[in-house]
Design a protein around this ligand. Structure first.
Ligand code: DGY
Length: 325
């Protein structure tokens, strides 16, 4: 059996698949595969391990309906037409849990960096503008006792909340479809409506999946309902926020600051005004970029491939209906 891997991923996962008797080939060029290249490679293989920004859409799935498993090297599966994969009886796997702590660390890092204008001031030093000590300049805001609002309180959001409660005794409110009883018990998190989340959060951190419902949700209207001194953090998906509206909200003082690990588009254009705003910190989608998380993702992605090719249920399955037809 043969598996195609669309990026160079940590060797631990490649070795597991080889040890399971699979023939593994990998895309090693430092550019995205074109859709045609992806289809051509998949046609020669039985399984796909997809890392990066390949669209696993309806067209791809119909051309590669022979695939026995699609294993994503990510927790997010917004690039996959899951309903179509299910119809075609292709199990789709993802890599939850192992990246939750690493991603929450980045959300926390961005919150802190924004609150003290850290990225902007670092850039000032690089351009020889250390500046004259002015007690009224470069002022940030303190986070002690602030209210953290989480949109999408799952595993990553809970890790972010733990950090904020532990470090700053922040009060946690969240907006989810369902109650997160564990977080309510452990962190005294309180479920609120979306509008209450906007109105009460001093730091509003997004940890929800990108879906038709969440796409573009943070727009002019939404920023307009947030507190003027609030910090907006997005480590989930860039398409959840409207970037032009975010620039306007920051310029007009509708909100105070923003920290983004995800942008729309990625990569962000180097001329984007967000990159030069004092109260903004931007990172190049590094949420899961620790050795531990990336190794963990490689192990889970490999386990999903091996199980799929052995005709067994995937240990981390996205389309749970796939075996019920
Ligand atoms: C994920 O796992 O979804 C990360 O955001 C990487 O895409």
């Amino acid at each position: 059996m043969k598996v195609y891997v669309t990026r160079v991923i940590p060797e631990i996962g490649i070795q597991m698949m080889k040890d399971a008797g699979l023939t593994v080939s990998q895309w090693t060029e430092k550019r995205n595969m074109t859709p045609e290249e992806l289809v051509a490679r998949c046609k020669e293989n039985d399984a796909l391990l997809s890392a990066g920004s390949n669209d696993i859409n309806d067209k791809f799935l119909h051309e590669c309906a022979h695939l026995k498993v699609i294993s994503l090297y990510s927790v997010g599966y917004d690039r996959v037409d899951v309903a179509e994969a299910t119809r075609l009886k292709i199990p789709v796997g993802n890599t939850p849990d192992v990246l939750s702590a690493a991603t929450a660390d980045v959300a926390f890092l961005l919150m802190l960096a924004v609150s003290r204008k850290a990225f902007f001031l670092h850039k000032k030093i690089l351009s020889n503008e250390w500046g004259f000590y002015d007690p009224t300049n470069n002022l940030g805001i303190e986070l002690q006792g602030c209210t953290l609002g989480i949109w999408g309180l799952g595993k990553i959001g809970t890790e972010m909340a733990r950090r904020c409660v532990g470090a700053y005794k922040m009060k946690v409110i969240y907006c989810n479809r369902h109650n997160n009883l564990e977080a309510e018990k452990e962190l005294n998190a309180v479920k609120v409506s979306f509008d209450e989340l906007l109105q009460q959060s001093d730091v509003l951190s997004i940890h929800t999946a990108l879906t038709d419902e969440t796409k573009g949700k943070f727009d002019k209207n939404v920023y307009g309902k947030m507190k003027n001194n609030s910090i907006f953090i997005n480590t989930a998906r860039g398409a959840i926020h409207n970037e032009d509206d975010l620039v306007d909200a920051l310029r007009s003082g509708s909100i105070w600051g923003a920290g983004l690990d995800v942008t729309n588009p990625e990569p962000m254009h180097p001329d984007n005004p967000l990159l030069n705003m004092p109260n903004v910190a931007v990172l190049p989608h590094i949420g899961s970029a620790t050795r531990q998380a990336r190794d963990g993702m490689a192990v889970i992605a490999a386990k999903n491939v091996i199980a799929g090719l052995q005709g067994k249920p995937l240990p981390h399955l996205v389309n749970t209906d796939v075996y019920q037809q």
